[in-house]
Design a protein around this ligand. Structure first.
Ligand code: GTP
Length: 343
């Protein structure tokens, strides 16, 4: 018998199931503009990778081995990772030695082309499969990565796309996280299923799925408590959440998203590995790329795991989410003012 039948779920927001047409008129929505795909450059320009590549390639430097050594150091420092850096350098070195690049801008264009080829395979936007009703998204990650904030942003985006969304407050460790989720829900008229005094995340999420089914919601997004990927017991709890969901829907969750702080550096690689082993990830969200994140870890992750990057977080506000677009990301990250053939 499951202990999660004992607690009575609490619904923290109006149980409205608005038709898509009502959504954009809902007065509670703070901002009804869709996700902006523009202004990536504004948001990403302070990243270390962008700034240091700009400095390296400006002033038309001599194209030689010393420049490539500097490029190598720069990429490693910006968390691009040893594998991805070596791949790039192994391609560039013979071309630089054979004087195939007319100037720094042409070399920069080759760097961009290589980085783009790394990111292309992970540029797979989230698709909500309407045959799964509700489509269940489980959101996991370490403490403070930005899970709850990202859920608020994704929920708002889905609602603007015409989906009816419900949230399950499965972060039962941190009372403030439940409150935070309720605030996101209230602002966007999205029901939030929570339990008072429950320590069992699986229980809340199970209730959430039952409630979402009962109300015919299109999407259920389940928050979970932050945990270190090295904490075996807490990781087991996530596996339990998955098991419990399959009691109601053998295919659930349909999307398991790991939220990663873009400032985490190479540790992100071990986070992805551990979470993937425990819950089988289907997508990544990389947050806080608007700050001074080094910005390179996305390349390391793309090369190592090829798990789709669904979204990136570029700020704390509800609209500060972007569906991952490799070209836009590179345009935002890489310097543009070298002149010549860097386009
Ligand atoms: N600048 C910036 N801040 C962000 C972004 N995403 C989240 N944050 C901030 O990061 C902090 C942590 O976010 P939460 O959403 O509470 O993180 P969490 O993973 O739910 O945290 P736990 O519940 O402790 O595991 C908050 O101050 C957010 O405003 C982002 O894309 N950019």
């Amino acid at each position: 018998m499951f202990s999660f039948f004992k607690k009575k779920p609490e619904v923290a927001a109006p149980i409205a199931n608005p038709a898509p047409a009502e959504v954009s008129n809902a007065p509670e929505l703070v901002d009804t503009s869709p996700l902006e795909q523009g202004n990536w450059r504004d948001r990403l320009r302070s990243s270390m990778l962008g700034r240091s590549l700009g400095a390296l390639f400006s002033g038309n430097p001599k194209l030689d081995d010393a420049l490539l050594d500097e490029l190598e150091t720069l990429l490693l420092t910006a968390d691009v990772g040893v594998g991805a850096t070596e791949d790039l350098l192994n391609r560039l070195r013979p071309k630089v030695q054979g004087r195939e690049f007319a100037d720094a801008a042409a070399l920069m264009a080759a760097v961009r082309g290589h980085l783009l080829s790394l990111l292309r395979p992970v540029e797979k936007p989230l698709q909500i499969d309407s045959s799964k009703k509700p489509f269940v998204m489980l959101v996991v990650g370490i403490n403070g990565a930005g899970k709850t904030t990202s859920i608020g942003k994704i929920a708002r985006w889905l609602k603007l796309e015409g989906q009816s969304v419900m949230l399950a407050a499965g972060d039962t460790f941190r009372a403030a996280a439940v409150e935070q989720l309720k605030v996101w829900g209230e602002r966007n008229q999205i029901p939030v299923i929570a339990q008072t005094g429950s320590a069992d995340s699986a229980s809340v999420i199970f209730d959430g799925l039952q409630a979402a089914r009962a109300r015919g919601a299109d999407v259920l997004i389940a928050d979970t408590a932050g945990r270190l990927h090295t904490q075996g017991g807490l990781m087991d709890e996530l596996a339990k959440v998955k098991r419990v969901l399959t009691k109601l829907d053998p295919d659930a969750p349909h999307e398991t998203l790991l939220v990663l702080d873009g400032n985490t550096g190479q540790n992100a690689v071990s986070q992805v590995r551990q979470f993937h082993q425990t819950v089988g990830l289907t997508g990544l969200v990389v947050t806080k790329l608007d700050g001074t994140a080094k910005g390179g870890v996305i390349f390391a992750l793309a090369r190592e795991f090829r798990i789709p990057i669904r979204f990136v977080g570029v700020g704390e506000g509800l609209i500060d989410l972007r569906t991952f677009d490799a070209e836009e990301f590179l345009d935002g990250l890489l310097p543009t003012d070298l002149g010549g053939g860097a386009g």
